[in-house]
Design a protein around this ligand. Structure first.
Ligand code: NAG
Length: 397
């Protein structure tokens, strides 16, 4: 029935009974956002048409968990059978490879993308384009991170109160890196192996020297305020370590962030605010909950001290976050949630959660602020169970 229906609609996506644009190999948002050079309309139909007519043959990557070129390179038996016949490579993955538990990426990184996984259903990748920041997280064939521009992703950032974006080292890149293929973040190194991803980068300042804030915000960095830096890139590192499959749960991720705070921060700042990290999710993750640690259940309202969960309306895909109490913070730590940001476009609309720590001004020296955060992914039920277990097992650090 399923294939008949598609054929009636005139979609020529089938090749020997295999749908070459099925979600195991293709995600329209990933494809459009990962290839800003495509210059096609940002709709799911346009992305799919380009993928089928051109992208597959060119060996482009269709989603964060699978890439034909990497798949065929990873396995020598496939290399000799298929060479650069990427249509056959994708067919092989869909009909055999998945069932044989083969993986569609090269361990250790390939052409500016580093992928790790739990070997089964959760894939995380970071890109050179985004300064080594995580721009894809795929669970059960669903892309859960928005990568429209350099201010989204799943990434670390810090800023100074109340100068916010006017002094704002940002892991993935600067505002004017926009949706371009390059970034002003300088990667020192990235290592990816099995289920572990680590990187050290000098992040771009969100606003470069000589540019101005464009948004009307009510603080010391509002529309027209100048960038407070003399460099495009922060001179000190952001370091992270990301591990999939912790506390016995293949769907739990540990994100350890390490901010180096030093240099020319504005003199009169009250505190330095660290987002450790922030996750920007696709437009459809509009249902927000808080995990109430007393009732051990999700509630649609709750305090900013309670772990947030963002989900699709049907509860089939969700992400929740927990950062154990007891970490080094001078004022207070909270979880933020902002829904329906970034307009209404297919690729741009986004929903965000963040984990925020604050430190008062340091008078001198170089400081490393290190934070641990746990990210649970899965269905809404899986995420609830995962948060519950983490809170029990790590009541504080
Ligand atoms: C934190 O980052 C700094 C600079 O990247 C590094 O020297 C230090 O070893 C890191 N600390 C930990 C505990 O990983």
């Amino acid at each position: 029935m399923y294939s008949q229906l598609l054929l009636i609609c005139g979609v020529f996506a089938f090749s020997e009974g295999v749908d070459l644009s099925s979600p195991e190999v293709f995600d329209a948002q990933f494809y459009l956002n990962n290839y800003p050079d495509l210059h096609i309309r940002h709709t799911s139909e346009a992305a799919k048409a380009h993928w089928l007519s051109t992208g597959i043959a060119q060996g482009r990557q269709g989603c964060g968990s699978f890439h034909s070129k990497q798949y065929v390179t990873r396995y020598p038996d496939l290399t000799s059978a298929f060479h650069t016949d990427y249509t056959s490579v994708i067919q092989h993955y869909l009909t055999n490879g998945i069932h044989e538990h083969r993986l569609g990426y090269i361990d250790g990184g390939y052409e500016g993308r580093w992928t790790i996984s739990n070997g089964k259903d959760l894939f995380i990748s970071a890109s050179k384009r985004m300064g080594g920041a995580i721009d894809s997280l795929v669970w059960n064939n669903k892309q859960m991170i928005n990568m429209y521009d350099h201010g989204r992703e799943l990434q670390m950032a810090c800023n100074s109160d109340t100068y916010t974006e006017c002094y704002n080292p940002t892991e993935a890149g600067g505002r004017d890196d926009s949706n371009h293929a390059t970034t002003h973040t300088q990667i020192q190194w990235v290592r990816a192996h099995s289920n572990l991803l680590e990187s050290e980068v000098h992040p771009a300042f969100w606003l470069r020297p000589g540019t101005h804030e464009k948004r009307a915000v009510h603080n010391s960095c509002s529309r027209g305020s100048p960038s407070l830096t003399h460099q495009s890139t922060y001179s000190y590192p952001f370091w992270k370590r990301v591990e999939i499959g912790v506390h016995g749960m293949p769907n739990a991720v540990e994100f350890m962030s390490n901010f180096t705070l030093a240099g020319d921060w504005p003199q009169d700042l009250r505190y330095i605010q660290m987002e450790a990290p922030t996750g920007y999710m696709p437009g459809e993750f509009t249902t927000a909950y808080r995990f109430n640690p007393k009732t051990l259940s999700l509630e649609s309202h709750g305090s900013s001290l309670e772990p947030p969960v963002l989900s699709t309306q049907d509860g089939q895909y969700a992400m929740g976050v927990y950062s154990p109490p007891g970490q080094d913070s001078d004022t207070f730590m909270y979880y933020g949630v902002s829904l329906r940001l970034g307009g209404t476009s297919f690729t741009g609309s986004t929903n965000k959660w963040n984990v925020v720590y604050r430190k008062r001004r340091f008078t001198s020296g170089v400081h490393h602020q290190i934070y641990k955060t746990y990210i649970c992914v899965g269905t809404l039920n899986m995420v609830t169970t995962c948060l519950h277990k983490l809170i029990q097992e790590i009541p504080h650090v």
